[in-house]
Design a protein around this ligand. Structure first.
Ligand SMILES: [Zn+2]
Length: 817
């Protein structure tokens, strides 16, 4: 699964969590004891759209895991159980006695079953997902398992869809099962729908029956066992774009308006499957791979076996993809088909075995497709997110004590996991690392695993006991905090390295390289830090130009190493790694010497990697560095093939002197990239320039978030009806992130609005605050209403919204008002 990342700081981030009952944390989270082995699940389902219910028949084939059993407990949440029947081998059926408490179905089998016996249970049920008390977490905003979108068909802006989300334990809301990640079975699902709908599920469609009454039954089958949380279904009106990897079928399922864009969104998939098959040493292990985009998804994306689901933000037109792509999400979910689906963490405590690897697969794809800089850039950004989380709430990566399993879906399991795997790869070298992965995937194929299994696989390949590495990184909280100091005296360089992390973390054993540049050449020295303070001496006839600690920049550590302005300039010029160059640009604000500053900026503006150029331009904007010396470089940047670089160069020019660069800005209104257009547009409007009616019409019609934000600035300067109508027209269909911002900027405009417009807005905000599927949209609408509390009835409305809100994060925030 991938977390949704929005550029919005949640207002409740400062919320203190000390209110939790301490005892709740102290429950040891064992992996589920296996009383039974679930062998096969056969489902026949149809839907009642009006009641938002699933009518199902589940036939489960089970065998006692080891010890003899005379009863079985199944997870089955918020269901109406119609009957439980034992199907005998002789074709005879016998009703069984059962108890049901709305979460578990306890069935008495009528006799003792040995581990050599199999039994078949047929359960007729109705799944009622809306009766399950929805929870929520950072990663998954709701957990009711089965979702009906626009069920009554009254929302003109939404298609009607049904989809499921099983992780962590919500599959048991739509079928009775043993809902634990260490269970695994084959499956067949027969889905009956109206003819206009497509269906999708795990595995291959093996049968399609038209009933001649406007309905149809599609039967999907997966003959390789997988965990219940990875079961999925989706129903909707879709365009299905076919593709293939080797001989295997692939398909991209998007809404029909996006049929022409699906290839641009998902088209790297075959190349990714080939890459991962090669790197992991195990060919993609399933019979097909589908990717589908659904409305109002509760997470970023989800790796159901052979059928990943993506949130609707991924559904974009081609032009959007000039500025970014969804490769991180796509590679992440794809890699889960090995890490998570083929080899599965036995408990949520071991979640990083799924998520750390999937996050690291993003690195592998970026490295292969876009180069090392891109891969490092993303890894470093992810490390920063982890550092932030760890400074607030450090935890062990593998943790057996937690309050709620959803809490495991955090920047530790994902980002720290990926960073640790990267260090392991660095330590072992690529050959041993990838062979270790092959060993792990092969030995544990179609099994559940815990962290020790991973260690043993690498040990088997490389021959070394790796407990030291796994213990310090997986079982302790925190990370090394390191101070490096250097002293050159009498032909000798002395480097002192101190580990200063707190007592909760160990003194780490850290193998790394130190790079010393002297007389124009670099020497690489391997060292292993093991003590709290280590000191190294190097004989050097002349003072070194630069010392780079951890020259591969692979360490998950906060390193402080003071450098002079000259050293930073040298580092900018000579260091290959992204992090070293980025560090030099970030050091600019410390550097007073104009010449050195200029040398770093000149190099950064010509850097082959867009993020370095971006940082340089960012610095120049913030510090109003005048363009004279850099005119030529800025001009080149403004024509760079990366739209990010072009947009930053343009922003720089616009901030520097709008009049002087007016022509260029005007031209950029026609740039192929939304990002560049939006910068030009914002600056154009801000400087009082007018748009032609053709431009106004075209920009007003766009739903790209950057254009929307620029246009909201334009419309906030206007007072005519059209300026209000534009907002109202957008609210129905733009994505949650755009909605978040637009609701806020419209609330500002409304301060001076006519009463009728305010009254109209109150109704719109009230609907969104109560009914929108996205909690950030609901939050923004609530905040907008706060600004309108002078309008009659709004106070009471706010009270009602507070009372109705089910999301715990919003509840906590609303309580302040
Ligand atoms: Zn994931």
């Amino acid at each position: 699964m991938v977390l949704v990342s929005l550029m919005i700081t949640p207002l409740w981030a400062q919320e203190d969590s000390s209110g939790y009952e301490y005892s709740a944390w102290m429950q040891y989270r064992a992996s589920e004891t296996r009383y039974f082995d679930l062998l096969h699940t056969d489902l026949q389902v149809s839907f009642d759209w009006e009641r938002q219910e699933l009518i199902g028949l589940a036939v489960l084939e089970l065998r006692p895991y080891f010890y003899a059993q005379e009863d079985v407990t199944l997870d089955a949440k918020a269901m109406e159980i119609k009957s439980v029947v034992l199907r005998g081998a002789d074709g005879q059926s016998r009703a069984l006695t059962y108890e049901y408490d709305d979460a578990e179905l306890h069935v008495l089998l009528g006799r003792v079953y040995e581990r050599t016996d199999t039994l078949m249970l047929a359960i007729e049920y109705i799944a009622k997902p809306n009766e399950w008390e929805a929870g929520g977490s950072e990663a998954i905003t709701s957990d009711k398992g089965l979702y009906f979108i626009n069920a009554d068909g009254t929302d003109p802006n939404k298609p009607q869809q049904i989809w499921t989300q099983g992780e962590t334990e919500a599959s048991s809301i739509w079928f009775p099962t043993i809902d634990a990640p260490n269970e695994r079975c084959t499956q067949q699902i027969a889905i009956t729908v109206q003819n206009k709908y497509n269906t999708l599920s795990n595995g291959l469609m093996i049968d399609q029956q038209d009933h001649g009454d406007g309905t149809r039954t599609d039967t999907w089958r997966l003959e390789i066992p997988h965990a219940p949380y990875l079961f999925m279904m989706a129903v909707g009106e879709y365009a299905v774009i076919r593709d293939q990897w080797r001989e295997m079928p692939l398909a991209y399922h998007v809404e029909k308006d996006y049929a022409e864009d699906a290839q641009a969104i998902f088209g790297h998939t075959p190349e990714m499957i080939e890459l991962f098959s090669q790197l992991f040493g195990v060919d993609y292990p399933w019979p097909k791979y589908d990717q589908i985009i659904v409305r109002d998804f509760v997470s970023g994306a989800m790796e159901n076996t052979t059928a990943s689901v993506f949130m609707e933000r991924a559904q974009v037109h081609k032009k959007e993809l000039l500025d970014y792509n969804w490769d991180d999400y796509i590679s992440h979910e794809l890699s889960h088909q090995w890490f998570g689906d083929y080899v599965t963490c036995e408990s949520w405590s071991n979640l990083t075995l799924n998520e750390g690897f999937a996050s690291y697969a993003e690195y592998l794809w970026n490295e292969h497709k876009y180069g090392l800089d891109e891969a490092d850039y993303n890894l470093l950004s992810d490390r920063e997110v982890y550092f932030e989380e760890a400074s607030d709430e450090p935890k062990e990566l593998i943790r057996y004590y937690y309050e709620d399993q959803e809490d495991m879906f955090d920047s530790h399991s994902y980002n720290k996991g990926a960073a640790v795997i990267h260090m392991l790869r660095n330590y072992l070298g690529d050959d041993a690392f990838f062979l270790g992965i092959k060993e792990y995937l092969t030995t544990h194929a179609l099994e559940s695993v815990e962290i020790a299994d991973l260690r043993v696989a690498f040990e088997k390949v490389c021959g070394e006991d790796l407990n030291w590495f796994f213990d310090q990184w997986f079982f302790f909280e925190g990370h090394p905090e390191i101070i490096v100091s250097q002293l050159y005296e009498q032909d000798t360089l002395t480097l002192t390295v101190q580990q200063v992390q707190g007592e909760e973390s160990p003194i780490y054993k850290l193998p790394l390289f130190i790079d010393i540049w002297s007389e124009g050449k670099s020497q690489n020295y391997p060292v292993i830090l093991e003590d709290e303070v280590e000191s190294y001496q190097f004989y050097l006839p002349v003072e070194p130009d630069l010392v780079v600690f951890d020259s591969e920049r692979q360490l998950l550590a906060e390193v402080t190493h003071a450098k002079s302005a000259e050293e930073y300039a040298f580092q900018m010029k000579h260091s290959k790694s992204y992090q070293s160059r980025q560090e030099a640009v970030e050091a600019l604000f410390l550097i007073k010497d104009k010449k050195i500053q200029q040398s770093i900026l000149t190099a950064a503006l010509q850097d082959p990697f867009y993020a370095i150029q971006q940082s340089a331009l960012d610095y120049m904007i913030a510090h109003e560095v005048k363009p004279k010396k850099y005119a030529e470089l800025i001009d080149e940047a403004s024509q760079n093939e990366s739209s990010k670089v072009r947009s930053y160069a343009l922003r720089y020019l616009a901030e520097d002197d709008f009049e002087e660069h007016r022509d260029k800005i005007q031209q950029s209104l026609d740039d192929p990239s939304y990002l560049v257009q939006s910068v030009a547009l914002a600056s154009w409007v801000e400087n009082g320039e007018t748009l032609t009616s053709a431009q106004l019409k075209a920009f007003s019609a766009e739903d790209n978030i950057n254009i929307l934000l620029a246009m909201s600035e334009y419309y906030n300067l206007q007072t005519d009806d059209a300026s209000y109508d534009w907002y109202v027209g957008k609210f129905g269909h733009i994505d949650e992130e755009a909605l978040y911002y637009l609701l806020q900027s419209y609330a500002e405009k409304l301060v001076d609005a006519p009463e009728a417009r305010k009254a109209e807005a109150v109704k719109i905000y009230n609907d969104i605050a109560r009914e929108h599927a996205s909690y950030i949209a609901r939050l923004s609408a609530f905040q907008g209403l706060l600004l309108m509390s002078d309008v009659e009835g709004v106070d009471q409305m706010l009270d009602e919204i507070k009372a109705e809100e089910k999301d715990q994060r919003l509840q906590a925030y609303y309580d302040q008002f």
